[in-house]
Design a protein around this ligand. Sequence first.
Ligand code: HGY
Ligand code: MN
Ligand code: MN
Length: 413
Amino acid sequence: MHIDSARLYRSIDDLGRIGAYTDADSGLQGVNRLALTAADGEGRRHVVARMHALGLTVTVDAIGNVYGRRPGRNDALAPVMIGSHIDSVPTAGRFDGCLGVLGGLEVIATLNDRNLATERPLVVAFFTDEEGCRFGTDMLGSAVATGRLPLEEAWSLTDLGGKRVRDELDAIGFLGDAPVLVAPPHAYLECHVEQGPILAAKGLQIGVLSGVQAISWHELTIRGTSAHAGTTPMELRRDAGVAAARINLHLREMIASGRFGEMRATMGCIQPHPGLVNIVPGRVIATVDLRNPDDAAMGDSEAGIIGFYDRVAAEEHVGITWRQTARTPSVAFDPDVRARVAAAADALGLSHAPIISGAGHDAQEFARICPVGMVFVPGEFDGISHNPRELSTPEACANGVDVLLRVALGLAE
Ligand code: HGY
Ligand code: MN
Ligand code: MN
């Protein structure tokens, strides 16, 4: 039994048209469905309509997570859940997250086509603000659903414009009333594009996830003194821009030192104020994104960069305050479900290998409350992602969702 590859890819293209934009840098058509914007709301309604068309019973919870349920022969049993996200970064392609949600719907459509019932119920879900880049913390909806973040705390998060999660949920009509703590599914499955170069480089069709690396996000406020670029002697400056630049370069030096394992670091946001050519920036908002597959090395890298904040503050005569906006440890996925994913790939004659995810996923939140398995599919152009060039072929997507179908059926019987 195979899914309908053309139908799957059409559904990816259809959703990808919602929030579409022409990317100024590349000229490519990208996707911007930033969490809880009007475009996200439109994308959500599009997917909910597909859930209804597939006969699913849809519930929306108080953080805007959406669950589409297909009853099982024994409907009292815990369901097999297939989930991911459909919110995107502002410069996205059409696969990140969407492949997992639309792949889940394709699994349902394939079973409906054959009028096949399963012992356990099946649930296809998408979670609020997986990306985290608007309100500051990633896997927001799934973290609330699995009890890591309290609902009130999630509701009160604000974006850089001061808009609150709760108000934005209400504005797009997804401030649901279902309770947020999800009953632990029998298992949780997620199919996702790899978003990196490993599978393609090795000519592999499927990645069998062993887990996800640790993530740590800091938001820094660096305060100096805005001053005249021409008249202010260098020794009198308190330049917040130089302080941010030194921190950014120090991250590179830490990685080059080899003392922090496979550390990755990114200063994705560097917002100078007033940000004009002839004024020394008096304030900079900057973010630090640390990733590491090893929790001890992550801890060492956090201590190292925090110590450097103090050193730069002293040497550049600026004030640096920072807050931890996201922090998740490395997560290992369930060995039995991993074995099922590998066995499904074998049964389908698909080449596969274990892989650790470089990106965070909703699956890692569910790993605290139930067995979890993830399936990766390779991407083109070194698997580039968070970029409109993101592309996985129809065949690659169908392979991943075929594996998803087999594993879901095996778990649901
Ligand atoms: O940042 C991440 O790893 C994911 O894209 N939210
Ligand atoms: Mn994703
Ligand atoms: Mn992403």
